[in-house]
Design a protein around this ligand. Structure first.
Ligand SMILES: NC(=O)c1ccc[n+]([C@@H]2O[C@H](COP(=O)([O-])OP(=O)(O)OC[C@H]3O[C@@H](n4cnc5c(N)ncnc54)[C@H](OP(=O)(O)O)[C@@H]3O)[C@@H](O)[C@H]2O)c1
Length: 276
């Protein structure tokens, strides 16, 4: 079974590396391309047996499962151009949130599934968010789930929670990287600890925190309670957090949704002429 990739930017490359690292796909099963072809050849330098082809049509000719790892507004023109080359034997996997499986199905005659990955999948961790098209055959659904199960925890989601689920899983690593950097900045600003030491300590704490969650030893509130000795130092810190955090994350999610609906609107105007 050949796995095609159209788009080998950030996420395309991360997924290829994760699938190979997680032994989900062998390098010689990949048929990949990218608008700037040198990016695809860069990946081939790492995995010699992988095939690079010069056009999107070549990917469709040589692969059955085709990952579309390009930006939302580039998807309509690419799929429109490929539509006549796609058959019932193909399955398109879209990884972008603003385009629904219904919109994709209206454009191509093949099986369609959407899987929104996360950078955490590169470490064979975190979740992936699956939404299955109405026309998608069970064999493709189960194959894609099996692929993603080797690099993540696949979770099925319905369209209405697409953005918030993606915020939590896919944007989450960027949000928490930012917060962790602020955590480190403050430590360096307020004390004599070096940035290097603070970075090691904060990063190790996050890794340990992840392990605790992984082992399901505590719920989030019970973990907080265990650390907060009554009248102790952590509690004094939590009081500051409680006072100052306000509606921070409410505003973050409002903003991501505003941007999302804006993108959806632009995508809709591309698709409008063909949705019946
Ligand atoms: N980054 C994340 O954490 C993340 C998480 C979940 C989902 N996603 C989704 O993943 C998708 C890609 O995001 P990204 O961060 O990987 O973006 P990116 O780094 O910009 O990669 C997009 C790639 O698509 C290529 N491309 C554009 N038009 C093309 C065409 N017509 N034919 C072939 N290749 C084409 C671009 O080529 P050039 O080199 O010529 O620009 C670029 O390498 C987005 O839809 C995003 O919503 C991303």
């Amino acid at each position: 079974l050949n796995i095609g990739f159209i788009g080998t930017g950030n996420m395309g490359r991360i997924l290829i590396e994760a699938f190979i690292g997680g032994n989900a796909v062998r390098p010689n099963q990949f048929i990949i391309t990218n608008r700037t072809l040198s990016k695809a050849y860069d990946i081939q330098k790492q995995y010699k047996e992988l095939t690079v082809v010069p056009t999107n049509e070549e990917v469709v000719k040589k692969a059955n499962i085709i990952f579309i790892c390009i930006k939302p507004l580039d998807i309509y023109p690419v799929l429109n151009q490929l539509s006549s080359h796609l058959t019932e034997n193909h399955c398109i996997v879209s990884i972008t949130s603003p385009i629904s499986v219904e919109q994709l199905e209206s454009l191509v005659p093949c099986h369609v599934i959407r899987v929104i990955p996360s950078i955490t999948n590169r470490a064979l961790a975190g979740s992936s968010l699956i939404t299955v098209g109405k026309r998608c055959a069970e064999r493709y659904r189960s194959l894609i789930e099996t692929l993603f199960a080797q690099i993540s925890r696949p979770i099925y989601i319905d369209e209405p929670i697409t953005r918030i689920a993606s915020d939590l899983t896919s944007c989450g690593p960027a949000f928490f990287s930012y917060l962790l950097q602020k955590f480190i900045d403050a430590a360096v600003q307020e004390t004599t600890i070096t940035r290097e030491q603070a970075t090691i300590l904060a990063s190790e704490m996050m890794i340990g925190f992840g392990e605790l969650l992984q082992k399901r030893l505590y719920t989030l509130p019970s973990l907080q309670e265990k650390v907060c000795v009554k009248g102790g130092i952590t509690g004094a810190g939590i009081e500051v957090l409680e006072r100052e955090i306000g509606d921070l994350f409410v505003h973050v999610f409002q903003k991501t949704h505003e941007k999302f609906y804006g993108e959806k609107q632009k995508v809709k105007s591309q698709f409008d002429d063909i949705i019946r």
